[in-house]
Design a protein around this ligand. Structure first.
Ligand code: ADP
Ligand code: MG
Length: 387
């Protein structure tokens, strides 16, 4: 199972035998190097788009329907195109599709009846953003080659997830999927919605290790974190109205207003403020090709996510601690929303093969499940595939 043209073409034909020739669209997943839970606080993030991606093959439908087959879910859904705007969420995977179609219609795009076949090589629910990859590849398929400003595409897909799926996610995942660059990470300013490419120094391999724990728990906890951050902002704002989000807050604010905050809210804010600083620190370390400093920033990020933000779990902590005890590992941290999913590791390339087999063996010994391991190569952003 892969994203090759032959595979997509033949599966599309089997699924929709009476459909015309499809067009193909690709949207990548991402691994976030650093800047976790900072995007919805309008701070900084540093993801790379992956060569794991969601692929959508699409052709017009003659029956007036939007029909979508998800290979990952092994299910097909269809709706009369005229009903989409009035749909209620079904609380399953199809909400991502209906949500994107609705947002396109609301933004004034003419969504035509279509048959979609979706195949994703991004693991679902593992913190590598299968959801944004899915949304963006479906949006491109529904646009069917029509132009859309890239930032509008990002916002439209984010709105689909916020409003229809009901996840109050920030902008990082959709942004990384649309703007990804081969050979570089993206430093995104989630307030200005601008980014700059950050080339990664030679001498490190980026390896994601999947705990295989699905982050189901994370959905409620994510919403709680969003609310806790908003609570911190409200307390600071009473005296500093110019502080609109935790992006604007400093450790000085926190020292002053910390005593007025519940201890939990204080720690959440401390994570976000220090994590924004770590993104800047990490980018500087990349520029200086200082691998040790990059690794140290990773380790500090994990500690902060574990103790202040409390979004790690036993399996992720084990993967991080095990990685850090191995030779030639510069840094390791959980990545994505947390409560399962992946860790991201910075490893000396010559030691990468040993690292992968050793971490897999140790994890399986401890938890009885073999982790999936991915080499992460910064890849290009979403678009139509030409072949
Ligand atoms: P992540 O984005 O880190 O993978 P999320 O919980 O945000 O995790 O999104 C995972 C959900 O996205 C899946 O449970 C599923 O509902 C939906 N999804 C992603 N990719 C696909 C796909 N190819 N087919 C169907 N649903 C998908
Ligand atoms: Mg997601």
């Amino acid at each position: 199972m892969d994203g090759t043209p032959a595979f997509l073409r033949s599966r599309f034909k089997e699924t929709f035998p009476h459909s015309g020739k499809p067009k193909f669209f690709r949207a990548p997943g991402r691994v976030n190097l650093i800047g976790e839970h900072t995007d919805y606080n309008l701070g900084f993030v540093l993801p790379i788009a992956l060569d794991l991606a969601s692929y959508t093959a699409a052709a017009p439908d003659t029956q007036g329907k939007l029909c979508v087959r998800s290979e990952s879910e092994g299910e097909t859904r269809e709706w009369p195109i005229s009903s989409i705007i009035d749909l209620e969420p079904a609380r399953d995977w199809s909400d991502y599709v209906a949500g994107v179609a609705r947002e396109l219609i609301l933004a004034g795009y003419d969504v035509q009846p279509a048959n979609l076949f979706v195949h994703s090589t991004v693991p679902l629910g593992s913190g590598l953003s299968s959801s944004a990859a899915f949304e963006v590849s479906v949006a491109l398929a529904l646009l069917n080659g029509r132009d859309i400003p890239p930032l509008e595409l990002v916002h439209l897909c984010q709105r689909a997830e916020n409003r229809f799926v009901g996840m109050p996610c920030g902008v990082m995942d959709q942004y990384a999927s649309v703007f990804g660059r081969s050979g570089a990470a993206l430093q995104i300013d989630c307030r200005t919605r601008q980014h700059q490419p950050v080339p990664l120094p030679e001498g490190i391999a980026i390896i994601a290790v999947n705990s295989m724990v699905k982050h189901e728990l994370g959905k409620t906890a994510y919403r709680e974190r969003v609310d806790e951050c908003a609570a911190a902002v409200r307390i600071i704002q009473e005296r500093h109205p110019l502080v609109k989000s935790l992006r604007d807050a400093t450790m000085r604010h926190l020292e002053t207003f910390g005593p007025a905050m519940p201890e939990l809210v204080y720690r959440r804010a401390r994570h976000v403020i220090t994590e924004n600083g770590r993104v800047i620190e990490f980018v500087k370390a990349c520029e200086a090709k200082d691998l040790e400093r990059m690794g140290r920033t990773f380790r500090e990020s994990h500690e902060s996510l574990r103790h202040d933000y409390e979004v790690s779990c036993e399996e992720l902590d084990f993967l991080v601690e095990t990685a850090l005890a191995m030779p030639a590992v510069f840094g390791a941290r959980m990545t994505g929303g947390g409560f399962g999913g992946c860790t991201v590791n910075l490893v000396a390339p010559q030691a990468a093969a040993d690292f992968k087999s050793a971490i897999a063996r140790k994890y399986e010994e401890r938890f009885g499940t073999a982790p999936a391991v991915y080499d992460c190569h910064p890849s290009a952003g979403a678009g139509e595939m030409q072949f």
